[in-house]
Design a protein. Structure first.
Length: 403
């Protein structure tokens, strides 16, 4: 089996996912093509040396539909001989794109791929694809479907995380993100988004709210309480699966949940021979990757069993991991991860996460792999693990090792 190496990582800044967000005027295909062009330019690659572009995207309708992977290739400087593939594993789509590309290289099916993803949440609204999980009554009732925010509150209730715990974690995410930007920890991977005239539209993550305190967050109303307690009564659905709980404690709100943003990311993955041929030095090896299904009502606990699975597959233990990136879909997701593995927070999301920076659904998985690699290099550490919870009860994980 061949080794798959990461040669470069780029990402856009994340724009607020609203009509007044800085990236609202940029289409998903335009932002994606900018990321592809950045990879080519930074590595000085010929435009026909890529086997495929594998692109994650969640809401695959309207301008994000019709195989945005191929559309992005055609709008970019890549040669038309490079195909394109769009994939959807909900929030892990960008990570699954990377993992699929790595697995292709390991199997000898091509020497180089660009993998990543995009989500323009200000332009294509989350849920506008009318997904069967929520829209098909037979599926929803049979699986015990509840909205993700209530799933997050269910995790907090089941595992004993208070509103204060979640707010403290969220405030820490804001502090860490602000410090990371102040110290330019993201500078290596950020590619400013430009308009057709070459003028910069956005060069920083604009969703952040530096200086946010736990006291500020305590003033916010629990976002999912009314949805859970009134018709259609999703709390009751949750309690059918978890009857030992007396009630669901609603602790999540906009301040301790991931932000709705626009963004994209691309990762250049290749074989050893590819790097030698093009004079590139690998930055990391993809040591292992995997995915798992989990209970769909509580929904967001996937990072725990998928981490157990990937560590077992790689013959490793949790103590072998130097740094972790765990997507901050909701505060309780990461708190549960730390609780399950008895970890302190000094190794996890050290530059903040999606609570502070935002979660562009189809891109986040690739973004956190890139953030993990940059931080391993900054701290001169060796091995990192990135993982996400995934809608409908799944989890994805990737282990990278610096070379």
């Amino acid at each position: 089996m061949n080794d798959a190496y990461i040669y470069d990582v780029v990402r856009s800044p994340r724009g607020k996912g609203r009509k007044d967000g800085s990236l609202h005027e940029v289409s998903a295909v335009a932002l994606s093509s900018q990321m592809l062009n950045s990879i080519l330019k930074r590595s000085d690659l010929p435009n026909d040396c890529i086997e495929d572009v594998i692109w994650g995207n969640v809401t695959q309708v309207m301008e994000q539909g019709g195989c945005i992977g191929r559309a992005s290739v055609l709008l970019s400087d890549l040669d038309q001989s490079v195909p394109g593939l769009s994939i959807n594993r909900f929030c892990a789509s960008g990570m699954e794109a990377v993992n699929l590309a790595a697995n292709q290289i390991m199997a000898g099916q091509g020497d180089a791929y660009i993998a990543g993803g995009v989500e323009m949440m200000s332009r294509v609204a989350m849920g506008s694809d009318g997904a069967a999980m929520a829209a098909d009554p037979r599926l929803a009732m049979g699986s015990g479907f509840i909205p993700q925010g209530i799933s997050a509150d269910l995790i907090a209730t089941e595992y004993g995380f208070s509103r204060e715990d979640c707010d403290n974690f969220a405030a820490q995410s804001q502090d860490r993100a602000a410090k990371a930007w102040k110290e330019q920890r993201f500078a290596k991977s950020i590619e400013a988004v430009k308009d057709i005239n070459g003028l910069t539209i956005l060069d920083h993550d604009e969703y952040m709210r530096p200086g946010t305190t736990t006291e500020d967050l305590a003033k916010l109303k629990a976002a999912f309480k009314d949805m859970g307690e009134t018709m259609p009564g999703f709390d009751k659905v949750a309690l059918l699966k978890y009857p030992h709980l007396e009630k669901i404690e609603h602790v999540h709100h906009a301040g301790n949940s991931s932000g709705i943003v626009d963004g994209a990311s691309a990762i250049l993955i290749g074989s050893k021979e590819f790097g030698v041929k093009h004079g590139l030095k690998p930055r990391a090896r993809i040591k292992a990757n995997t995915k798992i299904g989990s209970e769909p009502t509580i929904n967001l606990t996937g990072p725990v069993p998928v981490t157990e699975k990937i560590l077992s597959r790689a013959g490793m233990s949790i103590s072998d991991i130097d740094l972790f990136e765990v997507n901050e879909a909701f505060a309780a997701v990461v708190l549960r991860f730390m609780q399950a593995f008895n970890l302190d927070d000094t190794k996890i999301n050290v530059n903040g996460g999606a609570i502070a920076l935002g979660h562009p659904l189809g891109a986040t998985g690739a973004i956190i792999i890139g953030t993990l690699l940059d931080e391993l290099e900054r701290q001169d550490k060796e091995i990192g693990l990135a993982t996400l919870c995934v809608a409908a009860g799944m989890g994805s994980a990737t282990i990278i090792e610096r070379v």
